[in-house]
Design a protein around this ligand. Structure first.
Ligand SMILES: NC(=O)c1ccc[n+]([C@@H]2O[C@H](COP(=O)([O-])OP(=O)(O)OC[C@H]3O[C@@H](n4cnc5c(N)ncnc54)[C@H](OP(=O)(O)O)[C@@H]3O)[C@@H](O)[C@H]2O)c1
Length: 293
């Protein structure tokens, strides 16, 4: 039985914890900032999962683990890292966050060989601490290496599908292309349907084109057709869908702008590639965030 620590039991962390608990093969500990007092209740497309994992709200209470998952927002990396010294010196830490900089983000606190980047595709939202709705299939993608395969084994027999890929870089950049365009609804404070508008569709295309150029410079294999596929994904989805950047802005929470469009700008600069559209989006959203505060 593996002891799995879930650092950041929000929407994604609770879904992962609930399925690991359901497997009956693991001891799960929730490392929470806000106490979770009535156990976990996660509504999934496959039924409601109820469990009572141990909850700790201070690193000193965490006993050594075999695996850890970080599912905080990207901007809470430093606070999440406060749990690492309690895990044990060689414990693998899966970073279940958006963006493409998983290793770089945690480099100050985590050796690269312990860091397991994960592409997460799980539509989920949290109603209250420990109360989560998983609205669609749960899919993770990891590198096809020893840690990736061990992570897949943790979820064996659950409804969380874990794919191991020889090219995680491309998988992460594809997701970033989708997220890059998601800045438009957050910017104009309108749901995804706004991308059906031709002018805003053009802005989204420009954001994705820059993302593709920078991703290719980082070694990702990204085809030109991705631009239209991203736009089609938004245009064919529910027009009232609200992405997480937009939802965070509406709720007055910090946004993951830096990990998304900010990463495109930062890595573009590294390669001498101009990213004026993403740069403008970052400036506008960061301004909106500061103004709100
Ligand atoms: N939700 C989705 O549908 C979805 C889909 C794909 C990708 N993602 C990505 O997955 C990542 C997690 O997103 P999410 O939606 O699960 O976020 P979330 O619901 O906001 O959950 C983040 C959790 O981290 C906790 N936290 C923050 N600092 C902490 C600390 N120092 N120690 C322990 N816990 C801490 C928060 O605590 P509090 O309870 O105090 O707030 C919260 O419970 C993000 O990178 C997001 O972009 C999310």
């Amino acid at each position: 039985m593996a002891h799995v620590a879930i650092i950041g039991p929000g929407a994604i962390g609770c879904v992962l914890a609930a399925w690991l608990a359901r497997s009956g093969r693991h001891r799960v500990t929730l490392c929470a900032r806000t106490p979770i007092e009535a156990g976990l209740r996660v509504e999934t497309p496959d039924g409601v999962l109820v469990s009572q994992p141990e909850v700790v709200t201070h690193p000193e209470r965490l006993s050594p683990a075999d695996w850890a998952f970080v599912a905080t927002k990207a901007y809470d990396a430093e606070a999440a890292a406060a749990w690492f010294p309690r895990l044990g010196p060689s414990v693998p830490v899966a970073i279940v966050q958006n963006g493409v900089e998983h290793r770089a983000r945690f480099a100050p606190w985590l050796a690269a060989e312990r860091c397991v980047p994960v592409m997460v595709h799980i539509p989920a939202e949290r109603d209250a601490p420990g109360r989560v709705r998983q609205r669609g299939p749960a899919e993770l993608v990891v590198a096809d290496d020893a840690h990736g395969r061990a992570l897949a084994e943790l979820f064996a027999g659950t409804r969380v599908s874990v794919a191991c890929t020889a090219d995680l870089t491309s998988v992460l950049w594809r997701k970033l292309c989708l997220n890059a365009a998601g800045a438009v609804p957050a910017l104009v404070l309108e749901p995804a349907g706004v991308l059906r508008d031709e002018a805003w569709g053009e802005v989204a295309r420009a954001l994705v084109r820059e993302c593709i150029a920078v991703g290719r410079a980082e070694g990702a294999v990204l085809e030109d057709e991705l631009v239209e596929r991203v736009l089609d994904a938004y245009r064919s989805g529910p027009p009232d869908a609200v992405n997480s950047l937009h939802a965070d802005r509406l709720a007055g929470r910090p946004m993951e702008v830096d990990a998304r469009n900010g990463a495109i700008v930062r890595l573009g600069r590294k390669h001498g590639l101009p990213t004026p559209c993403n740069q403008m989006v970052v400036a506008l959203l960061e301004h909106a965030q500061r103004a709100r505060r």
